[in-house]
Design a binder for this molecule. Structure first.
Ligand code: DQA
Length: 137
C-alpha cells in the first residue's frame, strides 16, 4: 500500500503557527511517529505553499499511488484548479483538515475538493491523518 500525505500552504509552520488551533507538534515529528505506527504502509509526505506545485504533485502521484491524503489548507476554499486536478486523476483522495472548519469562519465551509473526494476528515487534530491512513487499509 502506497499512500502520500500532501500538505498545502502554511502547514510547514505546524508547531509554531496558531498552536491553539493547530497544536504544538511539528509535522515532521508527527510524520515520523505515523510511519512507525504504519510500518506496512509505504508512506510519503510532500508540502508546498504553491498552488501549481501541489497540482504537479497530484498529477505525479495520481496514477500510481493507492491513496492521497490532502490537506490543501486555504486552497481548499479557493482553488478550482486543485478541485479539477482531483477530478483528473485516478487515485482516491481523502480531504483532511486539522481544525473543525465548520466551527470556524463561513469562508472555510466551502470546499472545492470535497465533491470529488473519497471522504473528508476534519476537527480531530493531527490524529485525523492517522484516521485517514486507516481509511485506506
Ligand atoms: C486547515 C483549515 C483551513 O481553513 C486553513 O486555511 C488551513 C488549515 C486545517 O487543517 O484545519 O490552513 O486546512
Amino acid at each position: 500500500m502506497k499512500l502520500i500525505i500532501i500538505n498545502g500552504p502554511n502547514l510547514n509552520l505546524l508547531g509554531k503557527r496558531e498552536p491553539e488551533i493547530y497544536g504544538s507538534t511539528t509535522f515532521e515529528e508527527f510524520f515520523r511517529k505515523l510511519q512507525l505506527k504504519f510500518k506496512n504502509v509505504e508512506l510519503a509526505y510532500y508540502q508546498s505553499n504553491i498552488e501549481g506545485e501541489l497540482i504537479d504533485k497530484l498529477h505525479e502521484v495520481g496514477f500510481n499511488y493507492d491513496g492521497i491524503i490532502l490537506n490543501a489548507a486555504a486552497y481548499t476554499h479557493t482553488s478550482v484548479s486543485i478541485g479539477d486536478a482531483i477530478k483528473s486523476i485516478e487515485t482516491p483522495v481523502v480531504e483532511l483538515h486539522i481544525s473543525n472548519i465548520h466551527a470556524r469562519e463561513e469562508f472555510r465551509h466551502q470546499s472545492f475538493i470535497a465533491p470529488n473526494a473519497k471522504g473528508v476528515i476534519f476537527g480531530f487534530g493531527l490524529k485525523g491523518y492517522e484516521l485517514a491512513v486507516q481509511s485506506f487499509l
